[in-house]
Design a protein around this ligand. Sequence first.
Ligand SMILES: Cc1cc2nc3c(=O)[nH]c(=O)nc-3n(C[C@H](O)[C@H](O)[C@H](O)COP(=O)(O)O)c2cc1C
Length: 211
Amino acid sequence: MSEAQKQIVTVGVTGASGAVLAQKTLALLEDDPRVERIHLVVTEAGQRLFAEELGISTGDLKQLADRVLGRKASKIEMLPNKDVGASIASGSYAVDSMVIIPCSIGTLGAIAGGISDDLVSRAADVMLKEGRKLVLCVRDTPFSHIHLENMLRAQQAGAVIMPVVPAFYHHPRTIDDLVTQYVCRVLAQIGLEQEKMYRWAGTPAARKAEA
Ligand SMILES: Cc1cc2nc3c(=O)[nH]c(=O)nc-3n(C[C@H](O)[C@H](O)[C@H](O)COP(=O)(O)O)c2cc1C
């Protein structure tokens, strides 16, 4: 695959539960030869969730990606959430797709309301206005009327709403099994299908009947 065909992906991490989902997403993208560059933006609350759920301290933000991966990140560029003048804040900069994982209800509201007052919400707004792929991995439960309306608004504007809902049909044994399958489904949405993704092929009885 030529460099020109490789994807540039933005990953937003916000302060919803599920920091492990962000960690898995970054690890799979970092190792994916189809990906050229990953722009990473972590909100303040997102940094807190890395600390609360994974014990990863913020420290120097520039090294956060290395700490999240547990190794040197070669493709990840960390961008400060306050920098609304970063490359990804402009539609003239070619980002192929953006995933916000996990996506807080607060950031969902900002996107649905067109309030681009930080880099995560501005970059998401740019994806929508440019007609590019934006996947929102919204996490909370239960959802209020406001949350559901905001999801509908964002979906109607072009976003893929992918609430953090695990699947069980692949017989997961570990949390990593649950996380990996969900993240693989998210990456499939941006055209980066993973070999390790489980694909349902019907029940054995149904397959036999079809044969
Ligand atoms: C431990 C912890 C867990 C949280 N879990 C969620 C959650 O699952 N979903 C959510 O929408 N907000 C959650 N929040 C609240 C958000 O972090 C808060 O609304 C924050 O302002 C979101 O900001 P952000 O969108 O800029 O990251 C949680 C906060 C903490 C400290």
